[in-house]
Design a protein around this ligand. Structure first.
Ligand code: DQA
Length: 144
């Protein structure tokens, strides 16, 4: 059976395409979902692609992944820098997690340099735009 990857996107990523295009590019979240779908098919992975603006909903989805996924790809967006709850949920489920950011968070404001999620992720990709999602799926396919 194909390994299942839950792809989670945090707050404001639903606005990609029009949101600060100089930083995040012109691709929409639908474009990224399509790119992930193509990459997953090539890698033999089954993906479940979601976005939420709500921290608790992301925590619940991570918890539920215990039963429904083999790995998680997450762009926690602004919650990367604030959410102990999301990091705790990732630790609790014990699934391999790759963290992705479209922008290079280390070239940006100091408050973006720290991510609570990085400490509980197997790896982190940032600065590659939408390509980061594809690279993260490749890394998870190898890992699984
Ligand atoms: C982001 C980087 C975060 O700092 C920011 O809050 C986002 C998007 C990225 O993909 O580059 O919303 O995660």
């Amino acid at each position: 059976m194909a390994k299942r990857v839950l792809v989670l996107n945090g707050p404001n990523l639903n606005l990609l395409g029009t949101r600060e295009p100089a930083i995040y590019g012109s691709q929409t979240l639908q474009d990224i979902e399509d790119l992930c779908g193509t990459a997953a098919a090539e890698l033999g992975l089954a993906i479940d692609f979601r976005q939420s603006n709500h921290e608790g909903e992301l925590v619940t989805w991570i918890q539920d992944a215990r039963m429904s996924a083999d790995a998680i790809l997450i762009n926690p967006a602004a919650y990367s820098h604030t959410s102990v709850a999301i990091a705790d949920a990732i630790k609790a489920v014990g699934l391999p997690v790759v963290e992705v950011h479209l922008s290079n968070i280390h070239q940006r404001e100091p408050f973006r340099h720290h991510s609570y999620v990085s400490a509980v992720a197997v790896g982190v990709l940032c600065g590659f735009g939408a390509l980061g999602y594809k690279l993260a799926l490749q890394a998870l396919a190898e890992k699984l």
